[in-house]
Design a protein around this ligand. Structure first.
Ligand SMILES: [Zn+2]
Length: 77
């Protein structure tokens, strides 16, 4: 996958994804807060604590924050 190189991006782009249900952390039983790439290679659902320990950061191709969709707001009528 080729991504365009951008110059002058100082801050990590915070990527969020809206989900209808928060999955469990793949490392413990806590509710996951992030879906991201781990230091081991594969992607995983991670809670905040496990993301700090195993994740490689947020951004395109790295990880995204899971945001719970509020029922009735994100659904098209
Ligand atoms: Zn965890």
């Amino acid at each position: 996958m080729n991504t365009m190189m951008r110059k002058g991006v100082g801050m990590t782009k915070h990527v969020k994804v809206t989900v209808s249900r928060i999955p469990e952390c793949d490392f413990c039983d806590a509710p996951a807060k992030y879906d991201g790439k781990t230091k081991f290679g594969p992607w995983a659902n991670m809670c905040g604590r496990c993301f700090v320990r195993h994740g490689i950061g947020l951004g395109l191709g790295r990880g995204q924050e899971l945001v719970l969709a509020v029922a009735g707001i994100d659904r098209p009528r």
